[in-house]
Write a protein that binds this ligand. Structure first.
Ligand code: AMP
Length: 237
């Protein structure tokens, strides 16, 4: 962390901070899309899954608190997730905003995020929902492979294969299957995570900032649809 949580966010040139929430079931492609939007909009991609996995790898205090949950594919306690995001949003690179990926995952987290942002006179400007039918999710996830060096480099054995079998195009490192993408863990993950996700969707529908986008189209089309949704959210907001 580069600043303490009490210093408050840094706003850029008086412009409104853009806090964008990405919603999608595991396997909907929201991580890939969040990464693309991050590049297009110049905002940091804040993935709680990635923050937790790196905490587990680094064996720090947060890692010790979340390890069992992450490995079992269940949600870590709301207060831990909220604290991690609060700290992350106080880092300097999030001054102009951030793209939240994987947070909020429950209604409680969504309410906590609203409260956290309201303290700095901010709000979620758009909740982008990448929508994919449940039956397509299992097929997508069991074929997913990630780079052993950076797990944001994501492939699929059928739909997005690497140039060389089993090797990351970017790092040249071997690919692996995430522990929580193994079929048994996956089934539990979907069961546990879909119900709270629908509550989060309802929360943002109630706030009038929900923008659903079809996730069952080529990745470039999904990105364009998300950018259009953001432009619409700015016209409305
Ligand atoms: P993901 O990479 O987003 O699929 O997240 C991987 C794992 O991290 C999840 O299965 C959960 O165990 C944990 N996780 C990530 N984000 C959250 C969150 N907002 N709330 C609770 N647990 C989370």
């Amino acid at each position: 962390m580069t600043t303490s949580a009490t210093e408050g966010p840094v706003t850029k040139g008086g412009q409104e901070r853009r806090i964008i929430v990405m919603i999608g079931a595991p396997g909907a492609g929201k991580g890939t899309q969040a990464e693309r939007l991050s590049g297009r909009l110049g905002l940091p991609h804040v993935s709680t899954g990635k923050l937790f996995r790196s905490a587990v790898r680094n064996e720090n205090e947060i890692g010790a608190q979340v390890r069992a949950y992450v490995e079992a594919g269940s949600l870590v306690p709301d207060e831990v997730a909220v604290k991690v995001v609060d700290d992350r949003l106080h880092e300097v690179d999030a001054g102009a905003g951030a793209i939240l990926d994987g947070f909020p995952r429950t209604r409680n987290q969504a309410v906590a995020l609203d409260e956290m942002l309201a303290r700095a006179d901010d709000r979620v400007c758009a909740a982008l929902y990448v929508e994919v039918a449940t039956e397509d999710l299992v097929a997508r996830l069991t074929g997913r492979r990630v780079c052993t060096i950076d797990d944001q480099h994501v492939y699929h054995i059928v739909t997005v294969p690497p140039r060389q079998d089993g090797i990351c195009d970017i790092e040249g490192a071997p690919l692996r299957q995430r522990e929580d993408d193994q079929p048994e863990t996956l089934r539990k993950r979907l069961e546990r995570q879909l119900a709270p996700m629908y509550e989060v969707i309802d929360h943002y529908a109630d706030s009038g900032v929900l923008f659903p986008v079809r996730g069952d189209q080529p990745a470039d089309k999904v990105t364009e649809a998300l950018l259009q949704a953001l432009a619409a959210s700015e016209r409305i907001g």
